[in-house]
Design a binder for this molecule. Structure first.
Ligand SMILES: Nc1ncnc2c1ncn2[C@@H]1O[C@H](COP(=O)(O)OP(=O)(O)OP(=O)(O)O)[C@@H](O)[C@H]1O
Length: 794
């Protein structure tokens, strides 16, 4: 009764504050709170959430330690059992000293790995199966001809599909119930590829394979929320140190006080099994050992057969973008079908086929699909359907509620999504879409919202929060929200954005559908996504059997060249490419806005057809260049990571990445600007000799070393001349940004002396007589104050 009345009261207050704000009365937030109370309330909520999270992390960590101790004790007990295998364990011996019988061991393993996503939780420290498998508990099974542990795991993960699970993992390509891809991932994990270290010194997760294999939910949700399972090592580690200038420059996150220090979430892992799970062991494993080994043999053979068929089919399927399924078969409204048809969309792409029915059912989903495969339409179609449904049920409101909220990390991407939504909405009268993005006038947004109320909002987190906090009745309109979409979800849940996104999630109703899309979903993001998704959500992965997340028709290569020669190398590569292709269209990614600007000016001086796009440019300019590049051919775009994700520039023929990307995901998304819609493309990564370690993090991708290119000495002279013409202030800013970016990279950032040496070489290569000085405070923050070669501004 009391909760009912308080709900009623808060609804009335909401309505009142909405009416007041629309009518220009005193400004209040829902519940009659003023701006500061409202803000404090959300800050408090965010703090509480953070504390809860930390508690859970702590529990997970402690559980992990406990499990390690247990594993060690069990291993030593197993050693002693080898001497005395026949002797039954005495009742008096403590239970954790008891080695398991082979059957129990299998049951335990089966239980542990049969759960969806459990192989995702496999880690090297789970060692009994590999290194300690030679010891007692497993030996009897080996004698009976049972496969070595790794294959066994695979067999079990097949059986796992029979088990009931709360959430669904859908792998439409080839219906990979036997999950051959996971097999290779586990093998890779065992090979111990080091994890890319930008995110911190997380040596515990040495798989380097965040993207290509994500586990499914049930356990993960459980273990995350309950914190009572044995999970993988959990640490919160810095990802970025201080960045001077614009180093890491995803515009919207930067604009709202990006912390400069990024942390990694811990990764979940079932380090051991627990008694409860024993009950869920499949019946087949309870039979006698000889039956079991026959069965295992049979399943393995079956697996191998399916694997080879799957690979062939998988490759074929991967090369084509569209499926046979038509849009008019899936129950979306005829007006949308009409718009789709006139836009040339008749058949669905794989991700659309895999997700549409699930999303239209109203289920939450986390979706992973390759770049350029039509994810935008995959979430826009259910979004439009939600708006249509809502419009039919509440048509007379003057200010209709916002039914769908789509969050994007960059302004350009938000505009692109809104443009696509407008195309799909062209035949729907009374349903509108608007963008709320930074870099435009706030008042203008407000006017647009009042004059043209719409049901679908595409926004960047920073500007959206401004609207909620500055209010104008907007937060009240969000109370009717039915669907929340996070495009580039992994990036939005990364620390640069996470706080803002959490605040936003607190401002929308809990009863909603949430859809998270990205081409890359690292495990820590998979975990944190549970905060947004309902427990009963689908995880849909259309990457395919190969497990390669990059487009199959993109030729990937890398070149190694010292920093000071890299500009010349870029110039030479561009010259070659543009002379070979008539309709070239190239994107060159630089790591910072100021280096982007410098390279742009240099290439312009060298008479190349270039444009620049980065966060230091005014929004109008950015929009103009983005539109121009979308429409054009024979153009080169020099850009920073503002263009790395989601931007759909058709027919890009080459992507060059200059310098080490800030992580594996950045590499994949940047590369994904070419080879879209199943087309061909090329990607070249240019690394300095010390940056080659990055290749460890992408070694599962089909990237090859390119033949070295001999640089033309005459061009060098020409470039030096061109460089002389560029203003020193640009070069100094580029030096600062360069130093800031590389200082944030752990490998080099730790060795400050080498870093400063490299920076000073870069400085002289761009024509600066001596390295520009730093403010004392900045040098201090960067840990560079007393490093030889650093000049401090007086
Ligand atoms: N069903 C379809 N039929 C034909 N073309 C389609 C279809 N769906 C999407 N496309 C086209 O595919 C291209 C890529 O789509 P989109 O930008 O949505 O990819 P994405 O998966 O979101 O990529 P990214 O991961 O880079 O964000 C667009 O040009 C879009 O028009």
């Amino acid at each position: 009764m009391s909760s009912c009345s308080s709900l009623l009261l808060s609804k009335v207050l909401c309505k009142l504050s909405f009416q007041r704000s629309m009518g220009g009365g005193p400004r209040t937030f829902p519940g009659g709170l003023n701006k500061w109370q409202w803000k404090r309330m959300h800050e408090k909520k965010a703090k509480e959430k953070e504390r809860r999270l930390l508690d859970q992390e702590k529990q997970i960590y402690q559980a992990r330690i406990r499990s390690q101790i247990r594993a060690k004790l069990a291993a030593s007990a197993a050693g002693s059992e080898a001497h005395d295998r026949e002797a039954p364990t005495t009742a008096s011996s403590p239970s954790h000293y008891n080695p398991m019988s082979p059957k129990d061991q299998i049951k335990a393993l089966a239980d542990r790995f049969m759960k969806k996503g459990a192989e995702d939780l496999w880690n090297q420290d789970d060692g009994e199966l590999e290194s300690e498998s030679e010891s007692a508990p497993f030996r009897p099974m080996r004698v009976r001809g049972v496969a070595p542990p790794m294959e066994f795991t695979n067999v079990v993960s097949d059986r796992r599909n029979l088990a009931d699970n709360r959430s669904r993992v859908l792998r439409p390509l080839g219906g990979d119930s036997l999950n051959t891809r996971r097999f290779s991932v586990q093998a890779r994990r065992r090979s111990g590829a080091p994890r890319f270290r930008f995110r911190g010194n997380d040596t515990s997760s040495s798989d380097g394979d965040d993207d290509s294999e994500i586990g499914s939910d049930g356990d993960l949700v459980n273990s995350y929320r309950g914190g009572n399972k044995v999970l993988r090592n959990s640490k919160s580690l810095p990802r970025f140190n201080f960045n001077e200038g614009d180093a890491s420059e995803d515009d919207e996150s930067g604009s709202r006080g990006r912390t400069g220090v990024k942390k990694m979430m811990s990764r979940a892992s079932l380090g051991s099994y627990d008694a409860k799970k024993m009950r869920r062991a499949p019946k087949a494993f309870e039979g006698d050992d000889s039956n079991l080994s026959q069965q295992v043999q049979f399943i393995r053979e079956e697996l191998n057969k399916r694997k080879s068929i799957g690979h062939e089919m998988g490759q074929e399927q991967e090369d084509s973008l569209l499926t046979h399924k038509r849009f008019d078969e899936c129950g979306i409204s005829p007006l949308t079908i009409k718009a789709l048809t006139s836009a040339g969309y008749v058949h669905m792409t794989k991700v659309q086929e895999a997700t549409l029915s699930v999303c239209l059912e109203g289920m939450d989903a986390l979706v992973k699909a390759k770049t350029g495969t039509g994810k935008s339409a995959a979430f826009l179609l259910p979004a439009i359907e939600a708006a249509v449904k809502e419009k039919n049920s509440s048509s007379n409101q003057r200010w209709p509620p916002v039914v769908v909220l789509i969050l994007c990390p960059t302004r350009e991407l938000a505009s692109q999504i809104a443009a696509e939504a407008t195309v799909l909405l062209r035949h729907h009268d009374g349903i509108g879409v608007q963008t709320l993005i930074g870099g435009t006038r706030f008042k203008l947004d407000q006017k647009r919202l009042e004059s043209d109320p719409c049901q679908i909002i595409v926004a960047t987190p920073g500007r959206l929060l401004d609207h909620i906090e500055n209010k104008s009745g907007f937060s009240v309109r969000l109370m009717g929200l039915k669907m929340l979409v996070l495009d580039e979800a992994d990036h939005l849940l990364d620390l640069g954005f996470r706080k803002d996104v959490e605040k936003l999630v607190d401002c929308v109703p809990r009863q909603r559908q949430s859809l998270l899309f990205s081409a890359t979903i690292p495990k820590e993001v998979r975990r944190i996504s549970q905060l947004i998704l309902r427990k009963e959500h689908a995880f849909i992965d259309t990457v395919g059997l190969s497990g390669v997340v990059t487009p199959s028709k993109v030729k990937q290569s890398y070149l190694v060249q010292p920093h000071e020669l890299q500009f010349q190398l870029v110039h030479q590569l561009l010259k070659e490419h543009t002379s070979q292709l008539i309709d070239y269209k190239v994107i060159v990614f630089c790591n910072t806005a100021m280096v982007t600007s410098l390279l742009y000016l240099l290439l312009r001086e060298m008479k190349m057809n270039v444009r620049e796009l980065h966060s230091r440019k005014p929004q109008l300019y950015r929009t103009r260049i983005s539109d121009e590049f979308r429409e054009s051919k024979r153009l080169i775009l020099i850009t920073s990571d503002v263009s790395a994700r989601g931007m759909n520039y058709p027919d890009v023929t080459l992507v060059i990445q200059l310098g080490i990307p800030s992580d594996r995901e950045h590499y994949i998304h940047r590369l994904g600007r070419t080879g879209r819609e199943g087309k061909e493309g090329e990607g070249i990564l240019i690394l300095a000799p010390w940056e080659e370690h990055f290749l460890d993090y992408i070694k599962d991708l089909p990237i090859k070393k390119s033949q070295s290119i001999e640089l033309n000495p005459n061009i060098k002279l020409e470039m030096d001349d061109a460089m002389m013409k560029i203003d020193n202030s640009i070069k100094e800013a580029a030096y600062h940004a360069w130093l800031g970016y590389y200082n944030s990279i752990i490998e080099i950032g730790r060795d400050k002396t080498t870093l400063v040496e490299l920076a000073n070489q870069f400085s002289s290569s761009i024509g600066l007589e001596k390295p520009p000085s730093l403010f004392r405070k900045t040098a201090l923050k960067m840990g560079l104050k007393d490093i030889p070669g650093i000049r401090i501004r007086k």
